[in-house]
Design a protein around this ligand. Structure first.
Ligand SMILES: Nc1nc2c(ncn2[C@@H]2O[C@H](COP(=O)(O)OP(=O)(O)O)[C@@H](O)[C@H]2O)c(=O)[nH]1
Ligand SMILES: [Mg+2]
Length: 251
């Protein structure tokens, strides 16, 4: 969820929004009123379901997948799946029933914190049924103080007379969009461009040549055999033999 799809102005942002709070506070009626615009007494929600509503905010196309549930008992076992990947959560109470606000504090907020998977999940506290002003037991200031304490957005609504119903979902969606924009690097966050540096000599050390030097080829010298004249035998008398042939005239 929260992933824009498409190009340029055709981008569609998909957000998952879940509603939590006690049975009978008006969650299903709020969704019906926002999605279809009609107020009707709905059947009590069994398990959980989701409705899709496409809206345009500030030129941005949003596809809201709004998840609805009955009381905590009904979503037990699927609780993690219900909260998983939620971009926004509406915590609803009935301004005429104190226990519904107490249960948000003691039960629903804890469960939400335990199961929310997205770090930047936006929450809005919704005090519903303000059309029953004469029966009101929770003041606007008390609701606002609780929202401020937890860092939630705050709104009071009436699903019956359709007061602040659209605003409730639009305020939530707008804040989710803000959070997405916060994640994008801002102009100031862009790291300065470094001037092109002068090319540095490579730091890689030249490897020694792997070729083993060949041993020098030694040319065998021709054998220096000395031819000595034959030695006269010691027993032999020196002869008058001469290598020179005898002269035919005088000898
Ligand atoms: N007077 C009044 N009744 C409401 C309002 N919202 C819901 N209801 C009624 O409260 C009852 C419970 O509403 P429902 O949406 O089923 O509550 P959920 O259990 O939280 O989903 C129904 O009878 C609704 O018609 C509201 O703003 N004002
Ligand atoms: Mg319901």
């Amino acid at each position: 969820m929260a992933n824009p799809s498409g190009q340029g102005s055709n981008k569609v942002y998909s957000f998952k929004i879940v509603l939590i709070g006690d049975v009978n506070v008006g969650k299903t009626t709020l969704i019906e009123s926002f999605v279809s615009g009609a107020f009707k007494s709905p059947e009590p929600t069994i398990g959980f379901s989701n409705k899709i509503k496409e809206i345009n905010i500030g030129g941005k196309q949003l596809k809201l997948s709004i998840w609805d549930t009955a009381g905590q008992e009904r979503i037990r076992g699927n609780t993690a799946r219900y909260y998983e990947d939620a971009d926004g959560i509406a915590l609803v109470y009935d301004v005429t029933e104190r226990s519904t606000l107490n249960n948000l504090v003691n039960k629903w907020i804890k469960q939400m914190e335990e199961h929310t998977t997205k770090e930047k999940c936006v929450k809005i506290l919704v005090g519903n049924k303000i059309d029953k002003e004469s029966e009101r037991v929770i003041s606007k200031d008390e609701g606002k103080a609780l929202a401020d304490k937890h860092g939630f957005l705050f709104i009071e609504s009436s699903a019956k007379i359709k007061e602040n119903v659209d605003k409730c979902f639009k305020d939530l969606a707008l804040k989710i969009l803000d959070e997405i924009d916060d994640k994008k690097p801002k102009k100031d966050d862009v790291p300065e461009k470094k001037p092109p540096s002068t090319p540095q000599p490579p730091t890689v050390k030249p490897e020694p040549p792997t070729v083993k030097p060949e041993p020098p080829i030694v040319k065998p010298e021709p054998p220096t055999v000395k031819i000595e004249p034959p030695k006269p035998k010691s027993s032999e008398k020196p002869s008058s033999y001469s290598a020179t042939p005898p002269c035919k005239r005088c000898c």
